[in-house]
Design a protein around this ligand. Structure first.
Ligand SMILES: Cc1cc2nc3c(=O)[nH]c(=O)nc-3n(C[C@H](O)[C@H](O)[C@H](O)COP(=O)(O)OP(=O)(O)OC[C@H]3O[C@@H](n4cnc5c(N)ncnc54)[C@H](O)[C@@H]3O)c2cc1C
Length: 399
């Protein structure tokens, strides 16, 4: 089989599937290639431990792609308040003080991914879904790239988008170098039941071992993300439930009271990665293929969705027969600087606060200043919510 496309997206995680949907909505001939087809969790299934906080700007992008409309409301945990503590200092944010309905929503990644794929299915004829199939390799041809799939198919495309995740094969094939920082930390994730239900507060504390978050699930439980040194995280994963809950409760004094039960515990390694370039010829990187960040600010996928919207914006006027170099150069400048700024800020907060009482004290003082300085709070909320002037137009447009 040989087929011609305007754009091929390699990787149908949330970032890649949303990119394919946005570009198809511009009338492009788009193919989406992934090794697996996602399956939406059953309506009564336990919540998946892999959840993400979605910002208002990112939700606008998901809506523009037609994906958010397929996310079942009963699996979404909205939060209108955010509370952050360190060493006695604390800062709180309320959506209503910033003219917003919510500060964010906690959603399972498999639910989001299935919703994004459902939006593609309703665009039949425009997005060609090739799954299960992996991109094996690609090579430049005149005004195009030839793409070889691992099922033996060959396709051709004007643009190739690498949304194939943190260990991107396409990034490596393009010879793009990556800067990496191993935090020697793992994130311990689980869902906990607490004495009182979480009524919609994203609560976070910088503990001496690393940042601990309790994020609201739709059923009143909280999803835990506790980043800490690898050996400690693994020990907490292995211990009895009662011992784990005791240790957790010794480090949290959230408004929801003590944690009384938890589901299975998982640990995930934390690595910051930054690709040195986001574009190589007709290839552009996006989502985790472009960078990964520490989860303490819940920004990884939000950045990936901003990439998707930014790419759609710079390609608006591009015609497939034209050279995409100028549009892609704009994308690269825009998303490299935005991503590096946010990732750098998150990195610094983790380094300052983990295992360093003075750093946590400084953070506490910073929270006091942030509480008092209204313009600073507003700027912070706009940026964290993906609604600031540097965010793509689709993110700033409420559907
Ligand atoms: C503990 C933790 C907590 C987090 N919390 C948050 C949060 O609160 N908010 C937030 O925004 N982010 C958060 N993140 C980050 C977020 O999970 C990721 O940024 C996001 O899931 C990455 O999505 P993606 O679509 O870029 O990549 P992926 O989800 O990795 O998707 C890549 C896709 O590419 C496919 N693929 C791979 N190779 C090929 C190939 N050769 N050909 C075809 N297909 C291929 C794979 O099958 C996969 O479907 C968190 C991360 C961690 C570890």
């Amino acid at each position: 089989m040989s087929k011609d496309f305007d754009i091929v997206v390699a990787g149908g995680g949330v970032a890649g599937a949303v990119t394919a949907a946005l570009l198809a909505r511009q009338g492009r001939r788009v193919a989406l290639v992934d090794r697996k087809r996602p399956r939406a969790p059953e309506a009564d299934a336990e919540f998946d431990p892999r959840v993400v906080a979605i910002s208002p700007g990112a939700r606008n992008v998901l809506s523009a792609a037609g994906a958010w409309q397929h996310v079942p409301e009963e699996r979404v945990g909205p939060y209108a308040r955010m509370a952050v503590q360190a060493d006695g200092g604390h800062v709180e944010f309320a959506a209503s003080q910033h003219g917003l309905e919510q500060l964010g929503w906690i959603v399972e990644i498999p639910t989001l991914q299935a919703a994004a794929w459902q939006s593609l299915a309703s665009q039949t004829g425009v997005v060609d879904i090739m799954a299960p199939a992996g991109v094996e390799s690609f090579e430049p041809r005149t005004n195009r790239l030839g793409v070889e799939l691992d099922n033996g198919d060959h396709i051709r495309t004007r643009l190739l988008i690498a949304a194939d995740g943190a260990r991107s094969r396409l990034r490596e094939q393009a010879g793009i170098e990556v800067d990496q920082w191993h935090y020697n930390q793992h994130a311990l994730v689980t869902h906990v039941t607490t004495e009182r239900p979480n009524s919609g507060i994203a609560w976070q504390r910088f503990t001496e071992h690393g940042p601990l978050a309790l994020l609201p699930l739709a059923d009143g439980r909280s999803s835990i993300v506790w980043s800490q040194p690898t050996d400690r995280a693994q020990a907490l994963r292995e211990m009895d439930e009662a011992d784990f809950l005791e240790e957790l409760n010794a480090h949290q004094d959230s408004p929801f009271g003590q944690a009384t039960a938890c589901i299975h515990r998982y640990t995930l390694p934390l690595v910051r990665r930054q690709a040195r370039q986001l574009v190589a010829g007709r290839l552009a990187l996006l989502g985790d293929a472009a960078r990964t960040v520490h989860p303490l600010a819940g920004q990884g996928l939000n950045l990936g969705l901003m990439d998707a919207a930014a790419l759609a914006e710079v390609l608006e006027a591009w015609r497939p027969e034209d050279d995409p170099a100028d549009a892609l150069a704009r994308y690269e400048r825009w998303r490299l600087s935005a991503g590096t700024l946010i990732a750098g800020g998150i990195h610094a907060i983790n380094e300052i606060t983990t295992g360093n009482p003075l750093g946590r004290r400084a953070a506490a003082l910073g929270f006091g200043a942030a509480s008092a300085l209204w313009p600073l709070r507003q700027l912070f909320v706009e940026r964290a919510c993906g609604l600031d002037s540097d965010s793509p137009r689709l993110a700033r447009t409420t559907p």
